[in-house]
Design a protein around this ligand. Structure first.
Ligand code: 5GP
Ligand code: ZN
Length: 141
């Protein structure tokens, strides 16, 4: 399954060059062209799925297991001090390429990579309202 308008499908097909650091039956892993930090890479499934909502559960599980394997090796190789695994779904969440991908972002003491948010505070009445709302769904009860 490919999407002819998708930049990652074009990269996977070899029509657009990339720096590929890893490949298996299900995924290619490439260096991000706009890295947040030195060694920022992307795990990309070979089949086109728009986002995590559309990704089959089996591939979602495999992507995370692969992420664990790769960051374990890459932490040694790169000499980084930690890792962010980031995965955006929807434009509002920062997704710019509509082909599922998992960011592997090495973190170094003192780097200026920005992966975060401004913490709010959980208001008790909002928490109660959220609990009632979520727990009313059979998936959470
Ligand atoms: P998103 O914002 O969708 O979570 O992440 C998309 C990522 O894809 C960005 O970090 C961006 O730098 C990267 N990207 C976009 N186009 C290309 C490309 O042509 N080649 C590579 N290697 N990365 C790309
Ligand atoms: Zn695609």
């Amino acid at each position: 399954m490919k999407d002819e308008n998708c930049i990652f499908c074009k990269i996977l097909a070899g029509d657009i060059p990339s720096y590929q650091i890893y490949e298996d039956d299900d995924f290619k892993v490439i260096l991000d062209v706009g890295p947040a930090s030195r060694g920022h890479a992307l795990i990309i499934p070979k089949e086109h799925y728009k986002n995590l909502y559309e990704l089959p559960e089996e591939l979602a599980a495999k992507a995370f297991v692969l992420g664990k394997k790769l960051i374990t090796a890459l932490t040694e190789i790169l000499g980084c001090d930690g890792y962010n695994l980031v995965q955006n779904n929807g434009e509002v969440a920062g997704q710019t390429v509509d082909h599922f991908h998992l960011h592997l972002i090495p973190r170094y003491e003192g780097d200026d990579a920005r992966v975060g948010w401004n913490p709010g505070s959980l208001d008790p009445s909002e928490a109660e309202e959220l609990m009632a709302l979520i727990k009313s769904d059979p998936a959470f009860s």
